[in-house]
Write a protein that binds this ligand. Structure first.
Ligand SMILES: [Fe+2]
Length: 373
């Protein structure tokens, strides 16, 4: 066996884990004079629980998939508020915008300047990330994804300057997340772990976080979907999401996320849902070269042992469908004529496709969309 590749891990400076920890944000913030909270019309209801001192401004116009215009509006709000602290209070969309607002609002750089790895030159404003869903793990990492609606693709910004000074994992904030969102975001967290685990760039240390993550999802996701106030299940999923976020840093996802992205940018499906639809097919596609690791995933999710490719795919499909996820692309409004465009776009996302343990041709990708149709 060859030695493991060198990896770099960026982690939030401080991490608070546990019920009620949202109330620690204010005391941590200390004598902050102006805070900008990035939120959604739903998560804005948690602002008081932050117990922030000083002037508080709120920008809550964050849609499911943040676009360039979303970021521009949030930056304008920041220029008006002149914050010394930016708080991301929401899921991945909110936290991704918060990262860029904290880094860019008071400087010269634009989104175009910072697209790609290591282009952000610095950040003076403090950043706290308070996750309100268990899925993206965005609070753990240094990457932000913004949709370019013209190109129909994601702009990925990655920089150590996007790391949080404080990240908060408070499961109480997820009790009110509805079952469908719980299911989809939970599968997203699991997909981060599984795609990093069965990845061409897999690393033993990240494998450890990935294992913890997909075991937690196997154990707790169905419970949290059934009973949103199941505290143990919600706590478990919050950790799974964070572990998934760690997986995204040094290893990242692979074909599953690449194939899911066009469903978000072009069909406007929520990110977790898009990943769930694709997941069974990619897991089975990669099985022949990732036999042992795939078997580990299958067992952790309760899919069974010694499964053929077809049985694995249908068991994974059943896992998602049993969570109440509608797994048919046609039922989500896709037209069969759209699939070749999706396939061409997904295949072109080389930063993820090149991580996949098996090379996929455009036709392979098209086959996966057809099977999901
Ligand atoms: Fe994801």
């Amino acid at each position: 066996m060859s030695s493991a590749p060198v990896i770099t891990l960026h982690q939030p400076k401080r991490l608070l884990v546990g019920a009620g920890t949202i109330g620690e944000v204010g005391p941590w913030a200390g004598d902050v004079s102006s805070t900008l909270v990035i939120a959604t019309p739903i998560t804005v209801g948690f602002v008081d629980r932050l117990k922030l001192p000083g002037k508080i401004s709120v920008f809550d116009a964050i849609p499911g998939e943040p676009e360039i215009a979303t970021l521009d509006a949030a930056l304008a709000a920041a220029r008006a508020a002149k914050p010394d602290l930016v708080v991301g209070l929401g899921g991945g969309s909110v936290m991704d915008v918060a990262k860029l607002v904290a880094a860019l609002w008071d400087g010269e750089q634009t989104l175009a300047d910072v697209a790609g790895p290591n282009k952000v030159t610095g950040r003076k404003t403090r950043l706290a990330q308070v996750a309100t869903t268990a899925g993206t793990g965005s609070e753990a990492g240094i990457r932000s994804l913004i949709t370019d609606p013209v190109k129909g693709s994601k702009i990925a910004v990655e920089s150590p300057h996007l790391i949080a000074d404080l990240a908060v994992l408070d499961p109480e904030l997820t009790y009110s997340v509805p079952p469908a969102v719980t299911a989809a975001t939970g599968v997203d967290a699991m997909a981060h772990c599984v795609e990093a685990f069965t990845n061409r760039r897999a690393h033993p240390m990240i494998d450890g976080f990935a294992r913890m993550g997909f075991h937690l999802v196997g154990k707790f996701l169905a419970r949290a979907v059934k009973d949103g106030s199941d505290r143990e299940a919600r706590e478990g999923l919050m950790l799974a999401s964070y572990y998934g976020g760690i997986c995204l840093g040094p290893v990242n996802t692979a074909a599953g996320h690449a194939i899911a992205y066009p469903l978000g940018t072009l069909l406007h499906l929520p990110h977790g849902l898009a990943n769930a639809i694709v997941f069974p097919h990619v897991l089975a596609f990669n099985q022949p070269v990732m036999t042992d690791k795939t078997a580990e995933v299958a067992e952790a999710l309760g899919l069974g042992k010694n499964l053929s490719q077809a049985d694995l795919s249908s068991a994974a499909h059943g896992f998602c469908a049993d969570l109440g996820i509608q797994m048919s692309l046609a039922k989500h409004g896709a037209a069969e004529a759209d699939l070749p465009r999706f396939a061409a776009d997904a295949h072109a996302i080389r930063r993820l496709m090149d991580n996949n343990p098996v090379d996929m041709s455009v036709n392979d990708v098209l086959g996966i969309y057809r099977a999901s149709f």
